[in-house]
Design a protein around this ligand. Structure first.
Ligand code: HAS
Ligand code: CU
Length: 564
């Protein structure tokens, strides 16, 4: 059957048509392909581990449950996301900063790509040969092969080069456009990378000064509390490193797709700056039940966590307003008539809207987790796993799928056909349904006390544990949906890479236009030194005394243990 293109009637050749330079295309496609490769392995591990935990299958003795869990977490949470984000950022920078990346950014971009890839290959190989079954948080005193930590260090340092590539293209633009405020996409990419650089300081110190010397045997013991605290200095901000690129898409690209305008040029910038300030000094909300940190400092970070909710609430308001204004501009009547005017049959819109809808209960779950006392009831249960499958694996990932479906054709010069668009919508529905089964049930069984990070066990047929079992079945059903969803997504990826019909016309790269009423953003929003300074200050306030006491009251430290 001859496939007709969805967008080539007029939208395809409007002001947002764009052609990438071949050098940029290669760089971006390298990142996206690596990301989708990680998706393939990570998703197989995800399916197998859920089936094993439900007692549906028994893994062969060569493959361990925790080994799969490590592969799943590392490849999806750390690798798929990072490579996708970097590729997407390069594309938007090329699109909004004069049509191409500058040569220096390309060099930095390739250095970053190779460092990260080598790091990932080393780390993955060690997980696959069962020398690094330490889960994606690699908590000490569980000790992996030292080369696993070297791989992790390469991934982190490589990503710094990616950040430098982003800064380099941005700085070139600013030099050439003195006194102007930067395009919104570029501003947001820079803000995200500043957040990333600050956050990764924590994990870099942990890996380089604690884990590597200890795992090579240069020192015997490790200060476990300190290492976890350094990890969470990074670990919470990591979740915003995943989320902010999704917000970039919602704020900058989607207005074009819904036929609306970006109604403010300042509010989205303020949102991102709030994330720079409040993402880091909040890591203790992952350690509320850990000894060694006094409750005053935990409570302070709980308050700061509630602050970091504010920019997400601002985002909810702004995105809804954008949708409503777009719908009304198309003649919608009544209180909710605008909802019907939205492009529900467009996968570029449908996937991220599914992502947004899931984020409403997901965010509420986050606020529950962050509430100091409530955390005790659900910490280390499947509630937490449910929370991050709704936030990361739904909100972020579905948004990324919504990006991939137009970004890949715009890079490969192929058409997003009607059939692929439809498949994209089917994919998002499967994902949404799968997540209700999987994450929804994880929340419920977590409230009943089912622990996270635990293989199949009936705990001697104890009645409490037996009551969890039916829920495990529902979770496994959800996992099957998600596995099929991943396979469809991989099929879409391969089709748009190699099979979809070629087109000579430039393909649309949607970038929303600013509303005429949007005012020039105040200069202060782009004085980065102010925001970086404030961010460091807040972290110093929230962390200095706890770090000192972790040093002062440190026990002799732990010898390595191998639990697998
Ligand atoms: Fe979280 C644990 C608290 C957000 C990821 N989180 C985790 C872990 C991960 C993770 C991976 O305080 C597990 C780590 C581990 O392995 O141990 N989280 C929060 C809070 C937020 C939050 C307060 N988390 C995220 C995001 C993640 C993520 C985002 C990934 C991307 N989280 C916690 C806490 C823990 C935790 C505790 C530790 C638990 C423990 O005990 O170990 C907030 O940022 C959430 C704010 C979000 C909202 C939602 C706003 C809604 C929006 C959608 C608008 C909808 C529209 C739709 C526009 C308030 C923006 C309209 C459409 C129409 C057409 C009608
Ligand atoms: Cu957190």
């Amino acid at each position: 059957m001859a496939e007709t293109a969805v967008y080539d009637r007029k939208a395809n050749i409007d002001s947002s048509s764009f052609r990438f330079q071949p050098e940029d295309k290669r760089l971006i496609l390298a990142h996206l392909s690596f990301a989708f490769g990680a998706l393939l392995i990570g998703t197989i591990a995800g399916l197998l581990q859920t089936l094993q935990r439900a007692g549906w299958i028994t893994l062969p003795p060569q493959i361990g449950y925790y080994q799969l869990l490590t592969a799943h977490g590392v490849l999806l949470a750390l690798v798929f996301t990072t490579f996708f984000i970097v590729g997407y950022f390069y594309s938007g920078l090329a699109r909004t900063l004069g049509g191409e990346l500058n040569p220096r950014a390309r060099v930095l971009g390739w250095i970053g790509f190779y460092m990260m890839s080598v790091g990932v290959i080393i780390a993955t190989a060690l997980i696959l040969v069962n020398e690094a079954t330490v889960l994606y948080t690699f908590y000490a005193p569980m000790e992996a092969s030292p080369w696993f930590y070297v791989g992790a260090a390469l991934l982190v340092v490589g990503s710094w080069f990616s950040a430098f590539a982003v800064f380099s293209s941005y700085l070139r633009w600013r030099r050439e456009h003195k006194g102007e405020s930067s395009p919104l996409f570029a501003f947001m990419a820079v803000a995200t990378m500043i957040l990333w650089l600050h956050a990764t300081l924590g994990v870099a110190v942990e890996v380089v000064f604690q884990l590597i010397p200890w795992s090579f045997g240069w020192v015997d013991r490790i200060n476990v509390s300190l290492s976890r605290t350094l990890f969470w200095y990074f670990g919470h901000a990591l979740v915003y490193f995943w989320l902010l690129p999704a917000y970039v898409y919602w704020y900058v690209n989607i207005p074009k797709i819904v036929g609306g305008k970006i109604f403010s040029n300042s509010l989205p910038r303020l949102t991102f700056l709030l994330f720079i300030l409040f993402s880091i000094p909040v890591g203790f909300h992952h350690q509320l039940n850990e000894p060694g940190i006094t409750s005053f400092w935990k409570f302070l970070q709980v308050i700061l966590t509630m602050m970091v909710v504010v920019p997400s609430l601002l985002t909810a308001f702004s995105i809804l307003a954008t949708f409503e204004l777009a719908g009304r501009a198309k003649g919608a009547k009544g209180l909710f008539g605008w909802i019907k005017k939205l492009p529900w049959k467009d996968a570029r819109f449908f996937s991220p809207v599914m992502a947004m809808l899931i984020f409403v209960p997901a965010g509420a779950g986050g606020i529950i987790l962050a509430s100091y006392q409530l955390n005790q009831t659900v910490h280390n249960t499947w509630f937490v796993t449910g929370h991050f499958h709704m936030t990361l694996a739904s909100t972020v990932v579905l948004t990324f799928f919504g990006i991939a479906i137009w970004l890949i054709p715009s890079l490969t010069g192929r058409k997003l056909t009607r059939n692929m668009n439809r498949l994209g919508i089917v994919q998002a529905i499967l994902w949404g349904v799968g997540m209700i089964f999987l994450s929804g049930t994880m929340h419920i069984v977590g409230l009943m006390g089912a622990p996270r990070r635990s293989a199949y066990a009936t705990y001697g047929n104890h009645e409490v544990a037996m009551a969890w079992l039916p829920y495990y079945d529902i979770i496994a059903i959800g996992a099957v949906f998600l596995f099929v969803g991943s396979l469809i997504e991989l099929y879409i990826f391969l089709h748009l890479m190699f099979v979809a019909p070629k087109t000579n016309e430039p393909v649309q790269y949607p970038i929303g236009d600013m509303a005429e009423t949007a005012k020039e953003p105040p200069r202060i929003l782009e004085r980065w030194s102010v925001w970086i300074g404030l961010s460091l200050t807040l972290s110093i306030i929230a962390y200095t005394i706890p770090f000192i006491s972790l040093f002062e009251h440190a026990p002799p430290g732990s010898l390595p243990i191998r639990t697998w």
